[in-house]
Design a protein around this ligand. Structure first.
Ligand code: CP
Length: 310
């Protein structure tokens, strides 16, 4: 594939291929990509991990990174995202990593057949394929397989592009998913992937407890006014009281940033069963594998079939 935008494009074979390649990079493998390759990272929403991790991955692959700050760009004068990308391509940028608040922003761009590769670093409450892939890598590293693993995805499901990406592939790879958190956030789109269960019932059974950030920036004013940090933590968070019920072999994941004391107790963020910083570390190697994949494929062979399927 030349554009990596959605979980919909990723077959189980491709997921396993990328995990293998990311593990090779983690163990010191070098890429044989034909350089120079120029990359630009266009982040229209805030990011710490994804932005720096993609840039680290690009640098480790030997790419040249063109700085791009949306606030200082001609997007502020009304230039479209399509024209911005055409401009970057004309200047010589071959791959654009984009985070954007508009869900599925990439669909119209792909239809424009722009002369550069697009990697989605998160689209609103839509998809977050690189987070999905680094999560798969982290689970695979721990257990060596996905089949039959009991994985709970807990928290702000509605706003989470991580949940929506991860559930697709984890389901296809044979994991048994359950969901928890505020019941109103378990909407119809989650039902085909697994049932809702109260957190206290799930915690003793799971292999992976994947907690999600409460996305305050996407809550309505009414939701924000009603929100109580302590009530959320008590009912839907991993508290110090609930933590001992987790199996010793189970791992805690969270895409981060973490709201300490809300999704999980402050002291659990770096507890022995937490893989939160391991996820971030793995993200660099997985993003190297993803960037290598899209840059190896000639643009002339671009196929939109999978990307446009949804
Ligand atoms: N997990 C994640 O996407 O973090 P950032 O928003 O900091 O990139």
């Amino acid at each position: 594939i030349t554009d990596f935008v959605s979980a919909n494009q990723v077959t189980t074979d491709l997921a396993n291929q990328l995990i293998t390649r990311a593990e090779e990079f983690k163990h010191g493998a070098q890429s044989n990509l034909a350089l120079p390759i120029y990359a630009a990272n266009l982040f229209f929403e805030p990011s710490t991990r994804t932005h720096t991790s993609f840039e680290m991955a690009e640098r480790r692959l030997g790419m040249t990174v063109m700085p791009f700050d949306p606030r200082q760009s001609s997007v502020t004068k009304g230039e479209t995202l399509g024209d911005t990308l055409r401009t970057l391509a004309a200047i010589g940028v071959q791959v654009a990593v984009i985070r954007h608040p508009v869900k599925s922003y990439y669909q119209s761009l792909l239809a424009e057949h722009l002369p550069l590769r697009i990697v989605n670093a998160g689209d609103g409450a839509g998809q977050h394929p690189s987070q999905m892939m680094l999560d798969l890598m982290t689970i695979h590293e721990e257990f060596g397989h996905f089949d039959g693993l009991k994985i709970a995805i807990v928290g702000d499901l509605t706003h989470s592009r991580v949940a929506k990406s991860d559930m697709q592939l984890l389901h296809e790879l044979g994991a048994e998913l359950t969901f928890s958190g505020p019941k109103a956030w378990y909407t119809k789109e989650f039902e085909p992937y697994g049932p809702y269960q109260p957190l206290a019932e799930i915690v003793p059974k799971v292999d992976v407890l994947m907690l999600l950030r409460v996305q305050f920036e996407r809550l309505s004013d009414a939701e924000k006014a009603e929100f109580s940090e302590s009530t959320y933590h008590e009912r839907f968070g991993l508290s110090d009281k609930l933590y001992p019920k987790l199996r010793k072999s189970a791992i805690i994941m969270h895409p981060a940033p973490v709201n300490r004391g809300i999704e999980l107790a402050d002291d659990l963020v770096e507890c022995p069963q937490s893989r939160i910083f391991a996820q971030m570390h793995n993200g660099v190697f997985m993003r190297m594998a993803m960037l290598e994949l899209v840059c190896q494929q000639p643009l002339q062979e671009r196929s939109l079939t999978h990307a446009l399927a949804h």
